[in-house]
Design a protein around this ligand. Structure first.
Ligand code: FAD
Length: 457
């Protein structure tokens, strides 16, 4: 028997966002079907797992309980309490690593502490990851499912109301993804055969299918990062020309590990500036600016394309996440936590560690972060990474008829060019909500004010 607990009310617990709740519903539906085909029941419960797990173990007369270890600030004490409780009742409790390549506490600096800088961390991780990935096991041929004792309620997924209640905003997400283990394996296979070659360069161009899109599957445990690491390693062994692309892909998996490593050792990562000097930063509060950013109406095409891709599909390309993130915290001077919250609600891969680390990195206040003065220019980023405009034209169709030379800066197009493209700036597509050069200077001035007081690290 398999038990899934929808945790609620734990101290410090982060709420699940809407897109993640949608995915969870689909993923559990898939799991239920796969287990049922093997004669195993999936039991669904919601509430405090410290109460539920021992209760269910008693009710089904379990000889042992197994689970995948978790490393979030609010799950570590809960899992430890469950383990102690089960052991006190004479029930064997066993937890395994599954969601990460290597446990966050297993990668240590020479003095035994946590890493704060990615490059040495990834160097230390690599041999441990190779070794862990080599231990990946095939799916067990058979699962033995003892029949449930009579009278046990299996629970109803529909009762959890994970799907959108009002307007169904998830249509685009449903079209873009196949949640579940088969979908995850299919993604990995397609990536290894079609996109691993050239990944190192192709991963930066949002119009290309150049990345694996494994992130939500990894987020939900539908595939293990060890399997992804191993699949790329095998591809490079079979074809040594893929060694560079494989190393790059594995480095991205290592960023995922690094984020979990940071969160494990620094549990305030999702809520507090890593660099305390940023506590003095004069963030702005501008509801209209935030709304324009969230809805893809900033007047900067690459930013708007990314925000609309996110809203429609629940995912956004990494290059564009960096551009839209930089725009929110530097052009609009928003506290990175506003961006973190929006991503948490709208991303299907929303992950406490990756999201917080990504936002702190882009805001310049995180561990091993981009320097604050690195302010992405949304026009030159667009021209560099979407030069032919396929990405912007897909997501911002109202400006699709602009020639490439003005696509990333419609406000510079002469009136005749705009009218030939059926665009009325400020009517059919917004004028820029801020001027790039002025916004850049304002960000640098605001940063100079906190820098005078030191970094506070
Ligand atoms: C502001 C911001 C917020 C982010 N929030 C999240 C989030 O909530 N959840 C999430 O999974 N990723 C997040 N990322 C990281 C990254 O954008 C996504 O993991 C990546 O775009 C997923 O696409 P992919 O699976 O095709 O990646 P690939 O390029 O195929 O990479 C393979 C895997 O490596 C991991 N990975 C890749 N890049 C990163 C990275 N920079 N940091 C951590 N892990 C990485 C992911 O698990 C990904 O699936 C964020 C990045 C930024 C800049």
């Amino acid at each position: 028997m398999v038990l899934y607990v929808l945790e609620e009310g734990l101290a410090g617990q982060q709420e699940l966002g809407g897109a993640v709740r949608w995915w969870l519903h689909q993923s559990l539906t898939d799991l239920q079907a796969r287990l049922s085909a093997r004669g195993v029941t999936l039991l669904l419960r919601r509430g405090d797992p410290r109460v539920i797990v021992p209760d269910v173990a008693r009710a089904v007369n379990a000889g042992g309980v197994h689970w995948t270890r978790r490393y979030l600030p609010w799950t570590c004490p809960v899992d430890a309490a469950i383990k102690a409780d089960l052991k006190a009742r004479g029930v064997a409790a066993t937890s395994q690593t599954g969601s990460l390549l290597v446990e966050p506490m297993a990668v240590k600096t020479g003095t035994g502490g946590p890493y704060k800088v990615f490059t040495p961390y990834s160097r230390a991780l690599r041999p441990l990851a190779d070794e862990a990935a080599a231990r990946v096991l095939p799916e067990p041929p058979a699962l033995t499912g003892a029949p449930l004792p009579p009278g046990i309620d299996t629970g109803q997924l529909a009762d959890w109301s994970l799907l959108p209640a009002g307007p169904d905003w998830a249509g685009g997400i449903a079209r873009a993804w196949t949640p579940g283990e088969a979908g995850a394996r299919d993604r990995l296979e397609r990536f290894i055969t079609a996109a691993l070659r050239g990944y190192g360069e192709g991963r930066d161009f949002p119009a290309r299918p150049g990345t694996s899109k494994l992130s939500p599957h990894l987020r939900f445990g539908e595939i293990s990062p060890r399997r992804a690491w191993l699949a790329a390693a095998h591809a490079a062994t079979a074809n040594p020309a893929l060694a560079g692309d494989t190393a790059k892909f594995q480095a991205e998996l290592a960023w995922r590990e690094f984020a979990s490593h940071l969160l494990y050792h620094f549990p305030t990562l999702p809520v507090a500036n890593w660099k305390a000097s940023f506590d003095r930063f004069a963030w702005r509060d501008d509801p209209a600016g935030l709304k324009a950013w969230q809805t893809g109406q900033t007047g900067y095409p690459i930013v708007d394309a990314g925000m609309r891709e996110l809203w429609t599909t629940g995912w956004m390309h990494n290059r564009v996440r960096m551009i839209v993130g930089s725009f929110l915290v530097k052009h609009l001077l928003f506290d990175w936590r506003a961006g973190e919250a929006w991503f948490r609600d709208t991303l299907v891969d929303a992950d406490t560690a990756n999201n917080a680390a990504g936002w702190q990195w882009i805001a310049g206040c995180g561990a091993d972060a981009a320097p604050y003065f690195r302010i992405f220019n949304p026009v030159s980023q667009g021209e560099k990474f979407d030069g032919a405009g396929a990405y912007v034209r897909r997501w911002v169709p109202e400006i699709a008829r602009l020639p490439d030379s003005f696509l990333h800066k419609p406000w510079e197009a002469p009136p005749l060019v705009l009218s030939a493209a059926s665009i009325r700036l400020g009517v059919t597509y917004p004028r820029p909500v801020v001027d790039h050069a002025r916004a850049r200077q304002r960000a640098l001035d605001t940063y100079a004010a906190i820098k005078a007081g030191g970094d506070g690290e």
